[in-house]
Design a protein. Structure first.
Length: 154
């Protein structure tokens, strides 16, 4: 066991922050929002410890933030929807009746719709930005061409 690991397979907040590429404060804030870790009380002066599953979850949250540009409020909504869908999947596995499974499907649809809506809003925003950049690029290339024509005409 290395000195940095206090328990087998457990990591301190600084190690996690370095590994994932965020600050310890970011990790603490994600915990405060309920996005990461259990909010189990710990003894005063003890270190926060994280397992590989916590690190994987943090990496997923960072991916959502960076890739989709989601706000923390939107990330909370996505995480809550994922947790609700996981609970529904468990109910599905335990259910034997078609009526119960139909209820589960009905409950899952708005959860996925909300997640899809968040992604589609981000896609639209990115598409608008790409269109603006494409127009700027066309304008710059046209100006370059005009300037080149003026220079050869002289």
């Amino acid at each position: 066991m290395t000195a940095s690991k206090t328990q087998r397979g457990m990591f301190r907040i600084g190690e996690v922050a370095e590994r994932v590429g965020v600050t310890a404060r970011t990790i603490r804030y994600y915990e405060e929002l309920g996005l990461l870790g259990t909010m189990e009380p710990r003894e005063k002066g003890t270190h926060r410890l994280y397992a590989e599953a916590d690190i994987a979850r943090l990496e997923e949250l960072i991916r959502l933030r960076n890739l989709l540009g989601l706000t923390l409020e939107e990330i909370v909504a996505v995480v809550e929807a994922e947790e609700a869908r996981a609970a529904l999947r468990n109910q599905w596995a335990e259910s034997a009746s078609d009526a119960e499974r139909a209820r589960i499907v009905e409950a899952a649809i708005p959860l996925v719709e909300r997640q899809l809506e968040l992604v589609q809003v981000r896609q639209a925003t990115l598409s608008e930005f790409a269109d603006e950049l494409s127009e700027k690029l066309r304008s710059l290339k046209k100006r370059r061409s005009e300037l080149a024509s003026d220079a050869t005409a002289r």
